[in-house]
Design a protein. Structure first.
Length: 150
């Protein structure tokens, strides 16, 4: 079953049938046309990463295998630093065409196509997804320094 990123983001996330949160972003591999997982906003207002390898997508929701597979997604976490965010890529111009609005996901989580302006669906066929954009740190946020271990 193929689906778009938007269709996937509309499904709530559950663990053993209990609602735990809602997806707010789709995280993509930094260099390959592959989806890695979801950024889930949980009931405690924290963002957690749900890898697709530990989830099952049904017609109505996304079922996480266990609450333990929902990884804390802080600003400095690996997936936050390395993965590409679909939300950050939306609106990016592609090869002189219209801008990227969404991705079409195959059952194995590879990106098989793109959705451009006006809901135009095109196959990926040689179109390179934009590279990950660097997030700039807000100037008012303090820089965290690591303590030296003795």
């Amino acid at each position: 079953m193929t689906m778009t990123g938007d269709e996937l983001l509309r499904r709530p996330v559950r663990v053993h049938g209990i609602h735990v949160g809602r997806p707010v972003d789709l995280l993509l591999h930094p260099t390959e046309p592959q989806a890695l997982g979801l950024d889930v906003l949980c009931g405690d207002s924290r963002h957690r990463f749900l890898p697709f390898s530990a989830a099952e997508v049904t017609e109505r929701h996304v079922e996480a295998a266990s609450p333990l597979v929902l990884l804390d997604l802080r600003d400095g976490s690996f997936y936050r630093r390395e993965a590409r965010s679909l939300n950050a890529l939306r609106g990016t111009p592609l090869r002189g065409r219209s801008s990227l609005q969404d991705v079409v996901l195959a059952p194995d989580w590879t990106i098989g196509g793109l959705v451009l302006d006006g809901d135009e669906r095109v196959p990926l066929d040689g179109i390179a997804l934009p590279p990950r954009t660097e997030r700039r740190r807000a100037r008012w946020l303090p820089v965290r320094r690591r303590r030296k271990r003795r």
